[in-house]
Design a protein around this ligand. Sequence first.
Ligand SMILES: Nc1ncnc2c1ncn2[C@@H]1O[C@H](COP(=O)(O)OP(=O)(O)OP(=O)(O)O)[C@@H](O)[C@H]1O
Length: 259
Amino acid sequence: MALVEINNVYFSYNGDTVLEDINLDVRQGDFIAMIGPNGGGKTTLLKIMLGLLKPNSGTIRVNGDSAHKASSCIGYVPQDVHINSRFPITALDVVLMGKLDRNKRWARKTAANRREALDALEQLDMDIHAEKKIGELSGGQRQRVFIARALVTRPKLLLLDEPTASIDTRGQADFFKLLEKLNREITIVVVSHDLLVISRYIKSVACVNRRLHYHDQAEITGDMLETMYPCTVEETCPVELIAHGHLPHRVLRHHEDDR
Ligand SMILES: Nc1ncnc2c1ncn2[C@@H]1O[C@H](COP(=O)(O)OP(=O)(O)OP(=O)(O)O)[C@@H](O)[C@H]1O
């Protein structure tokens, strides 16, 4: 059984169809990059997986249950996490906010909960900043704190919506290496526009542009990307071919082989 099973899902906002005939199995242990043009429906698809949006038709099962019931087995870091940087709250407090008690209220700051929050920060190499105010951290560090907050509930699946938007290219590589390490224990789906940076860390690619094309341990060709993006590959995407999974990872820039 796949961790997430999406079958023939259609979704529209106020009658405007955004997703059409989506089929996707997210298998345990996968590390999927979800790519696609702006407005292609990536965030909408994540929200469907989280049970926040209900498809017009089709089915979605998460961990063998309805998406709504299974939401506690998913850790989610949205695109824009709004937190007032002047709010005098520490990184550790932010992570503790992810921990809920049985009644889904914020868990108390017990020694055990504190330990779990520190463990989550440690997984992101952020335990040394635990007592720092959230406003004193860089954008990239803050992003790691938000991921620690998503991890503190020990989810089976981590959904990250454009987590590297505020991180420079070098920082992005470090960040994806960290995700690669987390992926030894947790299944990850990450929305990204940086296919070049991410391609060496991921196991599969899902291209979402109203419809979905999923590539697992297969080559992604320029032709495939061309069908997903509205403009030609030459104009928009420097990636011509990527090998995934057990194959050696390879990113070929256009015309690199002509030289
Ligand atoms: N709450 C909403 N109400 C109405 N339309 C919406 C809503 N949210 C998104 N849309 C529309 O649905 C389409 C898909 O949006 P979505 O945010 O899922 O795309 P995306 O692939 O995540 O885009 P981006 O890469 O720009 O973040 C867009 O045309 C968007 O304008």
